[in-house]
Design a protein around this ligand. Structure first.
Ligand SMILES: [Zn+2]
Length: 229
């Protein structure tokens, strides 16, 4: 169970939400306004006084992010509070993943090995296997092939309550269009091209992630990494 907060980037997270190791954080419970408990659907959430440590990869490298928990006052469920540039269940953040996948040309049969070589030259350590999984996952996300859980990119069970589900990518695009974002429509219906086009329309992936956090309190760029076949 996860809330993505539009007011918090990973680089300002500790300052706002503390780290449980002496840094208090300046945020109050109101920072959770608009968030909804995945289990019971109510919005009566407060900041808990506990944190969990997780790895985070951004464009500067890998580091540990202390993630504060929220507690639902109605059902007592605890949920992680993530910055908008994180991807729930993944160590790599939005900017790391989408800087990498944006180097892959949609509908091209160009081998990924050259793309990976260029990324490594830029200091982005990614393997061909991982990049390939990310591209497949982003494509499936753009195609809305699977309904996913919002807290982790696994398939949503058919009996899953709506508050646990990740918003569809199509709905994200509709909300974006309604808010005035203008798309340079792609000719094909390939899901990968569609996601990259949406990122371009926003200017960059962080702006799209921020929009998703603001409108849905979710990580709209979350995708499922398929298991290797
Ligand atoms: Zn609840």
């Amino acid at each position: 169970m996860i809330h993505a907060l539009s007011t918090v980037h990973s680089t300002t997270y500790r300052q706002l939400l503390g780290d449980g190791q002496g840094c208090e954080g300046s945020a109050t419970h109101e920072i959770l306004d608009g968030c909804v408990c995945a289990r019971c659907g109510t919005g009566d959430l407060t900041l808990a006084t506990s944190w969990v440590l997780r790895w985070f990869w951004d464009l500067t490298g890998q580091w540990r992010l202390p993630v504060r928990l929220a507690r639902c006052q109605a059902c007592k469920a605890r949920e992680r509070i993530l910055p908008f540039d994180a991807l729930p269940g993944k160590q790599a953040g939005v900017e790391f993943v989408f800087t990498c996948v944006s180097e892959v040309r949609p509908l091209s049969s160009e081998p990924l090995v050259g793309v990976v070589r260029n990324l490594i030259k830029k200091g982005l350590r990614v393997s061909r296997q991982l990049l390939s999984k990310w591209v497949a996952g982003v494509r499936a996300r753009g195609d809305d092939l699977f309904e996913l859980l919002r807290h982790r990119a696994v398939l949503a069970p058919t009996d899953c309550v709506p508050t646990r589900r990740l918003v569809s990518f199509a709905r994200t695009r509709i909300a974006a269009r309604e808010s005035g974002i203008v798309f340079d429509e792609v000719g094909s219906k390939d899901g990968f091209a569609l996601v990259l086009e949406t990122v371009r329309a926003f200017g960059d992936c962080a702006s799209l992630a921020l929009f998703g956090a603001r409108v849905f309190r979710q990580s709209v760029l979350l995708f499922r990494c398929p298991h290797p076949t």
